[in-house]
Design a protein around this ligand. Sequence first.
Ligand SMILES: [Fe+2]
Length: 295
Amino acid sequence: MSEYNQERLTQDVVDAFENTANPRLRLLMTSLVKHIHAFAREVDLTPEEWMAGLQFLNATGQISTEQRPEFILLSDTLGLSMMIVSLAQARAGGNAKGATEATEATVEGPFYWAGAPDLALGTDIGEGVPGEPTFYMGRVTDTDGKPLAGALLDVWSGDGDGKYDVQLSAEPTMKARGRFRTDAEGRYWFWSIRPNYYPVPDDGPVGDMLRATNRNINRPGHIHMQVSAPGHVKLTTHVFVAGSPYIDEDVVFGKRDSLVVDFDKHAPGKAVDGREMKQPYHSASFDFRLAPTPA
Ligand SMILES: [Fe+2]
């Protein structure tokens, strides 16, 4: 097919969508067609490569379950999930120029479990969880630095072995999860463990892709936080452990420099909140800034 006819083919397919009633759907479909046609032409895609790609997508669908969302993992490892997070935050005004910016968002990941218990500030959600004890503290403010009292922190974390509760058994119970509300000065504090790095599931087609391309399969250590307050854009983010293995090669591209925090090590003794620690422990301090809900 001549160059002219390749272009004509793309245009014919785009035109086939012209009766789409929903204008947004028409834009999504026609832009997708233009980009996948351009991709095929750019790499001069062969029939064998095209079929291998279709078989890869087929395998991705076949291994997928609710607990094993392989397409989400594919999106994550291609950086698309993080791109969508970034676009959503920019659209919500969270990255607007001007005053201090909102805390950067990152991927929610597959391990959120709604309904974590409401806990008093200072509670230890790391009891019985393998890992080094860590005291977490900080403040939740708006982008002008005004403290947000009663802001909700929904926290979830893997353990010191890099495992989430949902991965530990077929009928898991909640571990290293909890919901906290900030005090009158917007402060929060609680105990947990220092999370370790972990590999994404690599026994499916996405794992094959990562190995075939000689990519790392791990995420650096991080604790998940979803922070919300009335009148503000809900923030889904992580706090990353500075110095964690893989801190500069997060397989899902979720790491942001502004979210990396030093986990200071302390000798046994009295911690900041008065708790008597018989073993060494860490402390991590991080402040969250929430953007106002767009008018
Ligand atoms: Fe995670």
